[in-house]
Ligand binder design. Structure first.
Ligand SMILES: C[S@@+](CC[C@H](N)C(=O)[O-])C[C@H]1O[C@@H](n2cnc3c(N)ncnc32)[C@H](O)[C@@H]1O
Length: 244
């Protein structure tokens, strides 16, 4: 018999355990799932190319964000962290996958970039290895791989780590298109899997991040293969600001 639920974190962990280990990208074995995903670098995965998101470049070009402390949340092989470093941000970058972090570190060495990489679960590291406040928290494609209940952990991370006046930017699956699943939240628990990731409507994003002020929420621009930027039109690109 177990009667271990005492805190909100206990409930969140119980809900984590409803997803079968082999089923998807948020499970006990998520780090090794992502390790396998990144093992073959020659696969034609669009975000394997070392190009920054077009929306990130555009925020900087338009002066919507300016250099400061930045956290790349779920950084993968580090393409956006590298771009931020090249623009003069002081960058921390975190990812669950040791293979992704190894690849990102290699890229950083080659580019002469000075990025602090952290391997592990961002929610566990928030407030320990990931300390202080960030002027920018950037997430390209991590949030939509989290199960619904981990939005609570995500909001708590933003609350703890985002500086007053700082910005939070997100790219995530749009509704009604290839990529993310339009199923309701409850279905993911019923099916014990995340169906490749969760689609979001603009209304859902506005509601979830309603403690922040919306600066811009639009579709990502579709970038051709020869572009120096990454862009896919099945992703939302959202920029929010925390009031000072
Ligand atoms: C679709 S990939 C995007 C990678 C990178 N941001 C990019 O766009 O190139 C999502 C990444 O989020 C990471 N991730 C998922 N959940 C995480 C968590 N709780 N803490 C840290 N990283 C996480 C995965 O390991 C994976 O590398």
């Amino acid at each position: 018999m177990d009667r271990n639920i005492r805190t909100v974190e206990d409930v969140l962990q119980l809900l984590d355990g409803l997803f079968t280990p082999e089923a998807d990208r948020w499970t006990r074995d998520a780090a090794s799932w992502w390790d396998t995903f990144y093992a073959d670098r020659s696969r034609p995965v669009p975000f394997f190319a070392a190009k920054p998101d077009e929306n990130l470049a555009s925020y900087v070009d338009r002066g919507l964000i300016t250099p400061g402390r930045a956290l790349d949340l779920g950084c993968g092989p580090g393409r956006n962290a590298l771009h931020l470093d090249s623009l003069g941000f002081q960058v921390d970058a975190v990812d669950l996958s040791p293979t992704a972090i190894g690849w990102a570190e290699e890229r950083a060495r080659e580019a002469g970039a000075c990025i602090r990489f952290h391997q592990g679960n961002a929610f566990t590291l928030a407030g320990t290895e990931l300390g202080g406040r960030y002027d920018l928290i950037y997430d390209s494609g991590c949030f939509h791989h989290l199960p619904p209940h981990r939005r609570i952990s995500y909001l708590s991370l933003l609350d703890r780590l985002l500086a007053p006046g700082g910005h939070f930017a997100l790219t995530c699956f749009t509704d009604g298109k290839a990529g993310g699943s339009d199923l309701p939240d409850a279905a993911f628990y019923r099916d014990a899997r995340l169906h490749g990731g969760l689609a979001y409507t603009p209304q859902a994003l506005r509601r979830i991040f309603s403690d922040l002020t919306e600066v811009e929420l639009r579709l990502m621009r579709d970038e051709p293969p020869e572009s120096p930027y990454f862009g896919e039109p099945f992703l939302w690109a959202a920029l929010f600001r925390r009031d000072a």
